[in-house]
Design a binder for this molecule. Structure first.
Ligand code: ATP
Ligand code: ZN
Length: 679
């Protein structure tokens, strides 16, 4: 059903303040939300864009413990980095708050109390894991163990990051305290639960029947949760970091972070509009839209709506356009593994290039499936699309106007058939972009805007004003006039997507302001209007810049491998006699050469104390031949000879296999006679 609304409240997931923001966050949530909000503002609709940091929960306390600082220190640090980088990147929040604020703590506390007083919770005493060494219950990420589904080690008490299954601490095999490493014991504790099972019937109707228009991924995930049957969910935790549970007998207990975080949307609105916030949350003529990534779907489509319904005075979301995930160079983005492109680092490494990242993340947005960010694609989209198409067209139109008409828009003469065709092509761009943005299809919408640039680029290339000017200067006026109208249209069409470039272009065109409703018109710039001085809209990104970014990721990968290194398990025991069968000797390398046509192999001549022998070894990637001459190496002397690339290898040189698959030849500590036995 199409419903008419008076205003829109747009929320974007609250980034968790235990790390900076990365491109996954941007692609999943903040860039699409910002495009949507800018679009509504351009249409002069009433809209509020809510953001803020999520500052409670277990991972922040773990981080604080690791660094020997307080949880407040952790969130203060990241809240600032996140807030500043969003601002510089042009995410145009109306308010960016935080869940440690006074207003939020009061709002969340009151919310809980209301539900408690209305009898909307179930109180339950249960046995939970307790760490006797540090005297604390182990919720969520405070407990780790083997995943019961994929059997990965290091699954958390709330989720296995390997297979994505959500878990309870009691599901884990061989659980271990993440704080002390000790084996936890079971102890009794009391908590409050939101009985989602009681909400199932209306949730089914509301989502599965009334919101069939939701994105397939969102609808599908909700359906599968509902089909599995909803269970009561604990909304409190035994922790000392968070908002205290505001009822008697709840000492040492705080609100579960997923209970308090979404209320943050409400409290941040309250912070901005203390007197009129309710209109944005309680008036049925307000449309509520949540922008999130896929791991937040259940909380925004099921848990939070159930909370709002239980409270009774709030509206429910009209849409939850959740994205799938963005990966980085083929691997899942991860804060803890430092596998990310961090926004604050991007802003430092690519100053003034906010729009390039915005463009690439939208062009490659994970709207229907997970997608991959690669630096190569980033460079290609900048150089081949922004520079070669959009930038090139604008630059030609503006430079020629300078050159021929001293920067003044010429008058339009008679139109040719081709002029008319071109103008026709961009007449309906407004309707197309609007239809796509209304349906949250940001990729396709941006493509439409880019298509306009392609039309312009083709028009000016086909019309060749630089040639025509020699024979028919009158005709050139029309070509330039049309090109300038196209340019002005581009500035408007790209404004929701690339606000920095649009602003730059608007200034070059000397336009007062943008009117979205004039998009598609051919009289945006009047003849006689004077333009400002043109500059380049985009610039090429060179290979060395991209290579430096790729190298940074390779370095991270290496550091992670090193940090995660674990020796292989020891093989089965063998009898001493079996060991004795091996004849290991020390030999002196007399000669070492590369084996032709074999990029891995080196051929050794070894003095073994009896006669010299030839051994071929696959270590060419790790040594230059001359490095090894004169060294004493260990080799298996009684291995049956084997032909490698036509050379008979009489034994095997022993090397250590490092974690990164590199090889290091085993030498002796003091010089010995060639042929000495290794025993
Ligand atoms: N790689 C990604 N692709 C798309 N969306 C993402 C990605 N990573 C996080 N998000 C979304 O960004 C929002 C904020 O994420 P949040 O701060 O909770 O981080 P997170 O999911 O814990 O990520 P990380 O583990 O990388 O810090 C959430 O809605 C989340 O779904
Ligand atoms: Zn698993």
């Amino acid at each position: 059903m199409e419903k008419k609304f008076k205003r829109t409240t747009v929320t974007s997931a609250l980034p968790y303040a235990n790390g900076p923001v990365h491109i996954g966050h941007l692609a999943g949530v903040y860039v699409p939300a910002d495009i949507y909000v800018r679009y509504l503002r351009l249409k002069k609709e009433d809209v509020l864009f809510i953001g803020g940091s999520d500052e409670h929960g277990v991972p922040i306390t773990i981080r604080a413990k690791k660094e020997g600082i307080t949880p407040q220190d952790v969130v203060d640090r990241y809240h600032k980095i996140i807030k500043d980088s969003f601002e510089e990147f042009g995410i145009s929040f109306d308010v960016y708050g935080r869940t440690t604020s006074k207003v939020h703590c009061e709002t969340a506390s009151e919310f809980f109390r209301t539900l408690y007083d209305k009898g909307e919770f179930v109180e339950k005493t249960s046995m939970q894991y307790y760490d006797e060494e540090v005297h604390t219950f182990l919720a969520d990420r405070y407990i780790t163990g083997e995943c019961p589904h994929c059997h990965a080690e290091g699954a958390y008490g709330d989720q296995c990051e390997k297979c994505g299954t959500s878990l309870s601490p009691t599901d884990l095999i061989n659980p271990k305290s993440a704080i002390s490493g000790s084996k936890p014991v079971m102890r009794e504790t009391k908590h409050w639960y939101l009985p989602l099972d009681k909400h199932e019937a209306w949730l089914r109707q509301w989502i599965l029947e009334d919101h069939k228009e939701w994105r397939n991924n969102v609808y599908g995930q909700c359906k599968s949760w509902l089909d599995m049957g909803l269970q009561p969910r604990a909304v409190s935790r035994d922790l000392d970091w968070g908002i205290p549970v505001p009822v008697e007998g709840a000492e040492g207990k705080v609100l579960y972070v997923w209970f308090d975080a979404p209320i943050g949307y409400i409290s941040n609105t309250k912070e901005l509009l203390p007197d009129s916030w309710e209109m944005w949350w309680k008036d049925p003529e307000t449309r509520l839209v949540h922008f999130i990534g896929k791991d937040n779907i259940v909380f925004h489509c099921i848990v939070f709506p159930a909370m709002l319904k239980a409270e009774g005075s709030y509206i429910l979301p009209d849409n939850v356009p959740s994205n799938e995930f963005l990966n980085l160079e083929g691997d899942k983005i991860s804060t803890s593994r430092n596998w990310a492109v961090w926004l604050h680092e991007y802003l430092r490494d690519f100053p003034g290039k906010q729009d390039v990242l915005r463009y690439v993340l939208t062009a490659n947005a994970p709207e229907t499936k997970d997608n991959d960010f690669t630096w190569k694609d980033f460079q290609a989209r900048n150089n081949n699309e922004l520079v070669a198409v959009y930038g090139n067209f604008v630059n030609r139109a503006l430079q020629l106007t300078q050159k021929y008409y001293d920067g003044v828009v010429p008058a339009c003469g008679e139109l040719t058939e081709y002029d008319r065709q071109t103008l026709d092509e961009f007449k309906d761009v407004k309707a197309k972009v609007e239809e796509l943005l209304d349906a949250f299809k940001f990729r396709d919408a941006q493509k439409e805007a880019m298509n306009l640039a392609r039309i312009g680029n083709k028009y000016i290339a086909d019309s060749e004003p630089w040639k025509v000017v020699k024979t028919d200067p009158e005709r050139v006026k029309t070509i330039i006039y049309i090109s300038l109208q196209l340019t002005a249209n581009l500035a408007i069409a790209f404004e929701p997507f690339l606000p920095f470039s649009s602003e730059k272009l608007r200034k070059m065109l000397n336009m007062e302001s943008f009117e979205w409703n004039r998009l598609g018109r051919t009289d945006l710039l009047q003849a006689g209007h004077r333009l400002a001085k043109p500059e380049l809209l985009f610039e090429k990104i060179e290979d060395d810049v991209i290579e430096a970014q790729v190298q940074k990721l390779l370095d991270t990968k290496k550091a992670n491998e090193e940090a995660n290194y674990k020796a292989k398990p020891i093989r089965e025991n063998i009898a001493f006699e079996d060991f004795q069968k091996l004849d290991i000797r020390v030999g002196t390398v007399l000669e070492c050469t590369k084996v032709p046509k074999a990029d891995k192999l080196l051929c050794f001549k070894i003095a073994d104390g009896l006669e010299n022998r030839t051994i071929v070894s696959g270590i060419s990637k790790f040594y230059k031949p001359e490095e090894l001459v004169g060294k004493q190496v260990c080799f298996i002397a009684n291995l049956a000879p084997r032909k490698l690339k036509g050379i008979e290898s009489q034994g095997m040189i022993l090397s250590a296999l490092n974690y990164d698959e590199s090889l290091s030849v085993i030498t002796v500590d003091r010089e010995v006679k060639p042929g000495s036995e290794v025993c």
